[in-house]
Write a protein that binds this ligand. Structure first.
Ligand SMILES: C[S@@+](CC[C@H](N)C(=O)[O-])C[C@H]1O[C@@H](n2cnc3c(N)ncnc32)[C@H](O)[C@@H]1O
Length: 252
């Protein structure tokens, strides 16, 4: 995952009750908006679930990488995809900008107004909205991206994969960046915190490695291509399983 500079954890997730109300990095001292405006800084995603069983589920992000240009790995991945591309949780628009430079039509969606404003200031197309709200051109996106830990959006991987199934074109590709740890599988209550101690409200988040992505993808009607491991990052390509054709019963 881009920007993750340290990852500590391998703890199977016990069932936890997640509050659905919080939003990634928002509320209280607004650490995400602050960091985006600075264009740099370290943000730590902390597990604050009431049960302490997986408190070690901590991830650190380097905001500069989100605000910079896409790297070679990301550009190569984009080059392998077809437009139109939908980037879910696009942040300040690194992938959108790269897609445009490669001649791919692309749109981002993000629930953060600050992230969307930055993406638009790069000359890219981004909408301030949740992936769970109605998305324009649903069902016709040839490529959908869930990168940088965004498989954790909403704290329920199965639900997010079902939602992506509604957004993608019948022959499209969903590119999911999985946790570098294949066995990671945790849903939890998180806060985002900057290095000055500014904290967000709690929000539901998840981390899952290749095994968790694969298991839930199959259950949600996807087929999977072999996993790609590139510079320590893990990418899964999912395609919608063709809707089953019901056998026609003879009435004779
Ligand atoms: C881990 S950051 C990823 C950063 C981003 N990929 C980038 O390149 O800068 C998660 C992003 O997902 C966005 N997000 C969180 N919940 C969302 C939702 N329900 N719908 C759309 N975006 C969401 C956050 O606002 C944030 O920008």
């Amino acid at each position: 995952m881009t920007g993750i500079i340290s990852v500590m954890a391998l703890v199977p997730a016990p069932a936890v009750v997640l509050r659905p109300d919080g939003v990634f990095g928002q509320g209280k001292s607004q650490p995400y908006a602050r960091a985006l405006h600075l264009g740099s800084g370290i943000l730590t995603l902390r597990d604050v679930s009431p049960d302490s069983a997986h408190r070690l589920c901590e991830v650190t992000f380097d905001v500069l990488s989100w605000c910079s240009e896409a790297g070679a790995v990301e550009r190569n991945l984009l080059q392998s995809l077809q437009g139109p591309v939908l980037d879910i949780g696009c942040g300040p628009g690194r992938m959108l900008s790269a897609a445009r430079s490669l001649g791919l039509s692309a749109m981002g969606i993000d629930i953060s107004a600050d992230a969307v404003a930055l993406a638009c200031s790069r000359g890219t197309r981004a909408l301030e909205q949740s992936v769970f709200s109605p998305v324009p051109q649903a069902g016709s996106w040839c490529s959908v991206l869930l990168l940088d830990g965004n498989i954790g959006i909403g704290g329920n991987v199965a639900r997010l994969l079902r939602r992506c199934r509604q957004l993608i074109a019948p022959h499209g590709t969903l590119l999911v960046e999985a946790d570098p740890d294949d066995d990671m599988d945790a849903s939890y209550q998180a806060v985002l915190e900057d290095s000055d101690g500014n904290r967000s409200e709690p929000f539901a988040w998840a981390r899952t490695g290749r095994r968790g992505v694969e298991a839930r993808a199959l259950a949600a009607g996807w087929t999977l291509a072999p996993t790609e491991r590139l510079q320590g990052r893990v990418f899964c390509r999912l395609s919608p399983f063709p809707d089953r054709v019901r056998p026609v019963r003879s009435t004779a």
